[in-house]
Design a protein around this ligand. Structure first.
Ligand code: TXA
Ligand code: MG
Length: 322
């Protein structure tokens, strides 16, 4: 039950010990990672993890990522680290990569939504690592947003969604990649990319040439249940466009992309990004700003699906799905 009269405790970036204590004693704490803000809970405590699902309004069949302070901690939570998993961990941990591996009984079923695998990530953000390490436990952490909405990339936006629903938030003004970690299922052969992100398919392929894209027809939806739900959607209607064809802008519309929009006078909010990294970093907050301005449509310029572009287009496509 969420009590509207309860306020979330605002912590300074220096208060990592208090954040860790709240986590270790079963509370929910939002903190920054290098990708987006997460809502953390002790992954070994089923009661705490259940509170995450309530706070976000998250379907209980969508499993959570378990965040660990370093690579050495991984062995306690996974049954088997294959040589391929070992190579990927050596190359990309700590960082924005999540690996799905067979789980041990140390984690309650609620974390993995009953799956026999667990998603593991070692974040590189120093605050995140300090909080996780000080808590002394593994931290289950989904993105810090109400289920279906854009992920939170500013602490103020996290509070817009979750004030009173979580115990505390670390109010750090941190720059973020802006889209969530790359998720790779390495629990079976060949490894499959379940969610594109800042660690690109090309980088993964360089380290693990057998890796495949997930295909919508095969078992990948079952393997990553989160893929079937609505995601990243502002209230405004998201439309993906290119400059190759004429665009008829609706009233109360915004533009985000790498190019200037063909017209500007009728567009109350325009963001022309200097590169893909800025596009990714600004996207979710731009969506939220459009909702605050009560705009009705967001025109997003399509980008090429290479490097970070694959993850960005994945988020845009899901945001545009109705
Ligand atoms: O960057 C990130 O990964 C952020 C930060 C906070 O770390 N977290 C995040 O969590 O994006 P969330 O819960 O919003 O997304 C987790 C994704 C979902 O698509 C979920 O279905 C998938 O990971 N997932 C989790 N466990 C899985 C498993 N055992 N097998 C397959 N997919 C899994
Ligand atoms: Mg999420």
């Amino acid at each position: 039950m969420v009590r509207a009269d309860l306020k979330t405790l605002r912590l300074k970036a220096t208060e990592t010990t208090l954040a860790a204590e709240i986590l270790a004693s079963g509370g929910l704490v939002a903190f920054p990672t290098e990708t987006v803000f997460g809502i953390g809970a002790d992954a070994t405590n089923a009661v705490s993890v259940a509170k995450i699902f309530v706070a976000k309004g998250r379907p209980s069949d969508n499993p959570l990522i378990v965040h660990l302070p370093d690579v050495d901690a991984v062995a306690a939570y996974v049954e088997l680290v294959t040589p391929a998993a070992q190579r990927l961990m050596e190359r990309f941990f700590p960082g924005p990569l999540t690996l799905v591996l067979p789980k041990t009984s140390r984690l309650p079923d609620i974390v993995t939504a009953g799956l026999s695998t667990v998603a593991i990530r070692v974040p590189s953000n120093p605050l995140a690592r300090e909080i996780i390490a000080r808590s002394g436990v593994a931290i289950a952490a989904p993105s810090a947003n109400v289920s279906g909405k854009p992920s939170g990339t500013r602490w103020q936006s996290v509070l817009d969604d979750l004030d009173g629903r979580i115990d505390a938030i670390v109010c750090a003004d941190t720059e973020m990649i802006g889209i969530e970690s790359t998720v790779v299922d390495i629990s079976s052969y060949p490894p499959v990319l379940l969610r594109a992100g800042a660690i690109s398919f090309e980088q993964l392929q360089d380290c693990e040439p057998t890796i495949r894209h997930s295909t919508k027809s095969s078992g990948s939806i079952a393997k990553s249940p989160g893929l079937r739900y609505r995601h990243y959607q502002p209230r405004a209607h998201v439309r993906i466009v290119t400059l190759n064809a004429p665009i008829e802008f609706e009233p109360a519309s915004a533009w985000i992309g790498l190019s200037k929009p063909p017209v500007t006078e009728s567009l109350p909010r325009v963001l022309v990004c200097k590169n893909l990294a800025q596009y990714a970093a600004e996207l979710y907050e731009f969506f939220r700003q459009c909702d605050r301005d009560q705009l009705l449509h967001v025109y997003c310029e399509s980008v090429s699906e290479t490097g970070l572009g694959l993850g960005l287009m994945d988020r845009l496509n899901r945001a545009a799905r109705r």
